[in-house]
Design a protein around this ligand. Structure first.
Ligand code: C2E
Ligand code: MG
Ligand code: MG
Ligand code: MG
Length: 283
């Protein structure tokens, strides 16, 4: 009896594994062609400060057979397949060209934040790429921020440290993304030339009620400001969260409360509205 069950189990798993492998290879095949088939697009989400606005550029992939695939699913596979270099270059170029256009339109200080994966730093010269894209789009380096996760810093590589230092010398901003999750080491904040810190939304979601999260965030903000890091809170969804974060001295907030990530045209409408708002406050 047990043997029979075991066999059924085994059969079940092989079928499931086979289906999984099939789905995965379909995804991989489609991903190889996504860029050339123009299935990728960039959406923009506002990063809102008191009198300054920026945005984060986020990659989206729509495939006719697979539908809308989340970057949480396709970015890790793109890293494995080595496709992230071409995709990363493409996003960076799109985001910088778009930021330049917005800068021309509004004549206001503005920044765009682009995610760069650890694979890119390991297998590509990010400094040379950024130099080229900034030159081609004539975007000032100060208007670009690169978001890196702790996995980039956890590599502990001198080469990556050198690349980050060169980027800072150029004037490019460097944000540590999803801070507080993963292998958070406070040592990173000292060793690497970071300029911004993004608090992961895991710490925001239970605000304003969760006393422990409130204590943690308040400590992160005061530590960051002493280290001259600009603080951004991710995943801000309610007015109560926003009010608390402002009260605690958080520099920027990002989340569905302000806007979901949206097309360049929709973001532009947000940008122009925000500009009117800040212009009024100056009168
Ligand atoms: P991330 O860099 O931490 O980006 C923030 C994620 O939180 C985005 O998910 C965004 O849509 C989501 N988000 C923003 N506000 C809220 C909110 O109020 N509530 C909730 N629940 N979520 C919110 P998205 O766009 O699905 O991207 C997921 C991750 O994929 C990103 O996390 C980033 O790590 C990665 N990713 C996206 N685009 C790129 C890219 O161009 N290059 C690389 N290397 N990674 C990317
Ligand atoms: Mg990010
Ligand atoms: Mg993040
Ligand atoms: Mg996050």
């Amino acid at each position: 009896k047990a043997k029979e069950n075991g066999r059924n189990c085994f059969q079940f798993f092989t079928t499931a594994m086979h289906e999984h492998a099939k789905a995965r290879s379909q995804l991989e095949g489609a991903l190889h062609r996504a860029l050339a088939n123009q299935e990728l697009r960039v959406v923009y989400q506002p990063i809102v400060g008191d009198n300054r606005l920026g945005c984060e550029a986020l990659l989206r992939w729509h495939n006719d057979a697979l539908g809308e695939v989340s970057p949480v699913d396709f970015i890790p596979i793109s890293e494995e397949l080595g496709l992230i270099m071409a995709m990363g270059e493409w996003v960076l170029y799109q985001a910088c060209a778009q930021a330049r256009a917005w800068l021309n339109k509004t004549q206001q200080p503005f920044f765009v934040s682009v995610n760069v994966s650890s694979t890119q730093f390991k297998r590509q010269n990010v400094v040379a790429l950024v130099e080229k894209v900034l030159r081609d789009t004539s975007l000032p380096a100060e208007c670009l921020t690169l978001e890196i996760t702790e996995t980039v810093l956890a590599d502990n590589s001198d080469d990556i440290e050198r690349q980050l230092e060169q980027l800072r010398v150029m004037g490019v901003g460097l944000a540590i993304d999803d801070f507080g999750t993963g292998y958070s080491s406070l040592g990173y904040l000292k060793r690497f030339p970071l300029s911004k810190l993004k608090i992961d939304r895991a710490f925001i979601k239970d605000l304003p009620d969760d006393e422990e999260d409130k204590t943690l965030i308040s400590a992160i903000i005061s530590m960051a400001s002493k280290l001259n890091l600009i603080v951004i809170a991710e995943g801000v969804e309610t007015p109560a969260q926003l009010a608390l974060l402002q009260q605690l001295g958080c520099d920027y907030t990002q989340g569905y409360l302000h806007s979901k990530p949206s097309s360049a045209a929709e973001f532009e409408a947000f940008l122009l509205k925000y500009q009117t708002r800040t212009d009024h406050s100056q009168i």
